[in-house]
Design a protein around this ligand. Structure first.
Ligand SMILES: [Zn+2]
Ligand SMILES: [Zn+2]
Length: 445
């Protein structure tokens, strides 16, 4: 049986020989960006590549997800390698789709290339036969939590229950036979260097809010109206007045936007809408800030005698990463790019649905450099494809080899060393009890 080092060398040869092909996959996806749950072309590309490699797969999971599976030479645990299919919508991005505004301003096109590159290397019979267990290659829909209204309509039509791809795949049971998961996200943050081990991420809930007032002539008879915009602006102030109660350690982020502010300047606004996320480092912190946000929304309505409809939608769980898996990834990172080029970040205040996966099993969500600009911004571009795709593919491949070679000895230690925070049923119960719709009547009796 070849050693782990021999297997890695062999895999790296394979990756180097296909480097152009793997990079071109990323560039192809960059050229046809698709937002979440509509990644039809990207999903089709993944399925085509799986078929070419002879990897059995199922497609159309949570609308656009694709799951391939390979079986090692001997039995063992299942490791999922994930890549996110979706783009953002950033109209000003130079690579934005002219019709939809979709753009890869978060580097997910590189993730799909890494996923396929890793599959190309690990599907080589001499490598695969030396591994124990199952390799699950999962192209997942809709990581970016956007287009809430569109997705909520899909939910009401019964096509989805949750508005993110991984929660939906968890619900569908696609993670039931998975023991551990990993993915690798691009970064443009210089301090994160070339490869970066990260710690935790905020979780989040999403909210849709409707202030309902009464229209009236804004000049002639405003006394007969109920101004829903005034209710909303008061609510925004009330949210701000609660910020001093958020503890620094909880890294709470509440960032509302007004998505509809009135229909005609000559009428008292009667229908004003907002959306917000409520993020925090722990579930308790999110729930605390969520209660305060609801109170603030009601206060705005009460003050002017309006009604407010508050819909709370489950978002993403806080992310925790498995230390033993992260240590293995880090060691491979040092081998690939040198100690001085490996970064570490303790906590990120954004959110990812890899957090949901991390509640159920050992998981890691490290970062790879190669991008410039601001994440989610019009200037976010992957410049160094060799790093962001080829080196990234090697990092995932070598970590897989460490976990599943030698009878999956290391994977066994990872799995036995972490007790899941939640079972799938507990997770689903928690997510479902987060969902609520309430109408608060601030109108005079
Ligand atoms: Zn993103
Ligand atoms: Zn992303």
């Amino acid at each position: 049986m070849p050693s782990r080092e021999e297997l890695k060398l062999r895999a790296f040869q394979e990756i180097d020989s296909k480097a152009d092909e793997i990079v071109n996959l990323a560039k192809t996806i960059l050229g046809h960006p698709e937002p979440g749950f509509r990644e039809n072309k990207t999903s089709h590309l993944v399925a085509t590549k799986f078929a070419e490699m002879g990897i059995p797969f199922r497609a159309g999971l949570a609308l656009t997800g694709v799951r391939g599976e390979l079986i090692g030479g001997t039995a063992g645990p299942a490791l999922a390698i994930l890549g996110e299919l979706d783009s953002l919508i950033v109209n000003e991005h130079p690579m934005a789709d002219a019709a939809t505004g979709a753009a890869h301003a978060c580097g997910h096109h590189c993730q799909i290339a890494m996923l396929l590159g890793t599959a190309m290397a690990l599907s080589q019979p001499d490598i695969l036969s030396a591994l124990s267990g199952r390799l699950i290659f999962m192209a997942v829909p809709a990581e970016e939590y956007i287009e809430i209204e569109y997705r909520d309509d899909l939910r009401r039509e019964g096509k989805l229950e949750f508005l993110g791809g991984k929660p939906e795949l968890i619900r569908l049971g696609e993670f039931d036979d998975v023991d551990m998961s990993m993915m690798l996200h691009t970064t443009s943050v210089p301090e994160e260097k070339q490869l970066c081990i990260s710690g935790t991420n905020n979780g989040t809930v999403a909210k849709r809010i409707e202030f309902i007032g009464r229209g009236a002539h804004a000049g002639g008879s405003p006394h007969l109206g109920i101004n829903a915009l005034n209710a909303a602006t008061l609510a925004l102030s009330a949210i701000h007045y609660n910020r001093e109660t958020f503890r620094d350690a909880d890294t709470v982020r509440v960032h509302p936007i007004i998505t509809r502010g009135g229909d005609a300047v000559s009428a008292v606004p009667a229908d004003v809408r907002m959306e917000t996320f409520v993020r925090g480092r722990t579930i308790e912190a999110i729930m605390d800030a969520n209660r305060k946000t609801d109170r603030a929304l009601k206060a705005g309505a009460l003050a002017v005698g309006a009604n407010v409809k508050i819909q709370t939608i489950p978002g993403y769980m806080p992310l925790t990463q498995n230390k033993a898996m992260a240590d293995i990834f880090r060691a491979n990172s040092v081998d690939l790019v040198g100690e001085e080029n490996v970064g570490h970040v303790a906590h990120r205040t954004g959110s990812t649905d890899m957090g949901d996966v991390s509640q159920l099993m050992p998981a890691i969500h490290p970062y790879v450099g190669g991008a410039t600009g601001l994440g989610h911004g019009a200037n976010y571009m992957v410049e160094d494809y060799n790093l962001a795709v080829v080196t990234a593919t090697k990092a995932l491949t070598s970590t897989t080899i460490d976990l599943l070679a030698d009878g999956a000895n290391q994977a066994g230690k990872v799995i036995s060393g972490q007790r899941a925070e939640m079972t799938r049923d507990q997770y689903l119960t928690f997510m479902r009890q987060l969902a609520s719709e309430e109408t608060f009547r601030g109108t005079d009796p």
